[in-house]
Design a protein around this ligand. Structure first.
Ligand code: GSH
Length: 192
C-alpha cells in the first residue's frame, strides 16, 4: 500500500485512505478487491488492484511530476526492475517477515536477498549521475524500493543479519529514499 501512497503523494493528489483489518476483512472490501488483497484503489467507481497496475494508472492519468522516463527503452528498463523487486526482493522479505519459523525457506530467501543486494549494488554503481535508481529523477522504481527499506526494522527485529555493510551504494540509496517526503508521508506510524 505504501507504494501507491507514495505515488499519490508525489503527484499531490487528494485521496481517502481506508485501513482494514486483514484478519477480518469487511464485506465492502471483499466486494471490490478481487483477491481480497490491499492495495485496491477506487477511481470513479472502478476498483483497480495490484500496486503495479494502480501506479501505472496514476502515471497515465496524471502525467505531471512524471515517474516514468519518456524513452520506451528506459521505460522498459524501469519496469524490468519493478518486476525484479516484486519477484525477488518482496517475495524474500515476505517469507522472512511472515514465515520466520520455516528454517529451510528462511535460509534460501536470505541467500536470495544477499545475491539481489549485490546485483543492485552493481546496478547502482553503473549510474552516470544522480542519487535515484535511474539516475537524476525519482521514478516508479524508487517507489517500489522505498517500502523494502521501511520494512528493514521488522527484519532486524526478527533477527536476520542482512546488513548493508557490503553494499555502500545501496545503503546510501536507502537513506536517500527514506528521507524523501512522499516516502515519509506514506509510512504508517507505530507499525511494529
Ligand atoms: N502483488 C500485489 C500484492 C498484494 C498483497 O500481497 N497484499 C498483502 C498485504 S502486503 C495482502 O493484502 N495480504 C492479505 C491477504 O493476502 O489476505 C500488489 O503489489 O498489489
Amino acid at each position: 500500500v505504501e507504494r501507491t501512497r507514495i505515488v499519490l503523494e508525489e503527484k499531490r493528489l487528494e485521496y481517502d485512505l481506508a485501513f482494514i483489518d486483514l484478519s477480518k476483512k469487511p464485506k465492502w472490501f471483499l466486494d471490490i478487491s478481487p483477491r481480497g488483497k490491499v492495495p485496491v484503489l477506487l477511481v470513479d467507481g472502478h476498483a483497480v488492484f495490484e500496486s503495479t497496475a494502480i501506479n501505472e494508472l496514476l502515471e497515465d492519468l496524471f502525467p505531471e511530476n512524471a515517474l516514468l522516463p519518456q524513452d520506451p527503452l528506459q521505460r522498459a528498463e524501469a519496469r524490468s526492475w519493478i518486476v525484479f523487486n516484486n519477484e525477488v526482493i518482496m517475495s524474500a522479505l515476505s517469507a522472512i517477515i511472515f514465515n520466520p519459523e520455516d528454517e529451510p525457506r528462511l535460509t534460501a530467501e536470505k541467500e536470495n536477498l544477499r545475491d539481489a543486494f549485490q546485483l543492485l549494488e552493481k546496478k547502482l554503481s553503473q549510474r552516470k549521475s544522480g542519487e535515484y535508481f535511474l539516475g537524476e529523477k525519482f521514478s516508479l522504481v524508487d517507489v517500489v524500493f522505498a517500502p523494502v527499506f521501511t520494512r528493514w526494522e521488522f527484519m532486524q527485529k526478527l533477527g536476520p543479519d542482512e546488513g548493508l555493510k557490503e553494499t555502500p551504494l545501496l545503503k546510501r540509496y536507502r537513506d536517500t529514499l527514506l528521507s524523501r517526503q512522499s516516502v515519509q508521508n506514506s509510512r504508517v506510524q507505530n507499525l511494529a
